[in-house]
Write a protein that binds this ligand. Structure first.
Ligand code: ZN
Length: 101
């Protein structure tokens, strides 16, 4: 599922973060309906981990705005970058020049 690319002389893989401490996947439903002047509504559900709650908001919004029939499902999913080989830490460079004081 991941995608591997070479960057800074190393191969990196971008992959969904499935670790237990990863941020949650969030769902939002956003209204793409327009008012009589053609202005985008843009109202949206709360961001939450429950897809059905986000989709349920769209039905409530439709009930209040029967002409708003187009929605976007906006998904926020955590991903992580994994190096093929863990890079060495930055070398410690000693301060140069005489001590002042
Ligand atoms: Zn709307």
């Amino acid at each position: 599922m991941g995608l591997t690319r070479r960057y800074r002389h190393m191969n990196w893989t971008a992959t969904p973060d499935l670790e237990p401490d990863a941020p949650p996947t969030l769902h939002i439903f956003q209204c793409n309906g327009e008012n009589e002047q053609g202005v985008l509504c843009g109202q949206q559900s709360a961001a939450g981990e429950d897809f059905e709650a986000a989709r349920g908001w769209s039905f409530q919004h439709l009930q209040a705005n029967p002409d708003h029939r187009s929605y976007s499902h906006v998904l926020s999913r955590p991903w992580r970058m994994i190096p093929e080989i863990e890079p060495d830490p930055e070398p410690i460079v000693p301060l140069s020049g005489p001590a002042r004081g």
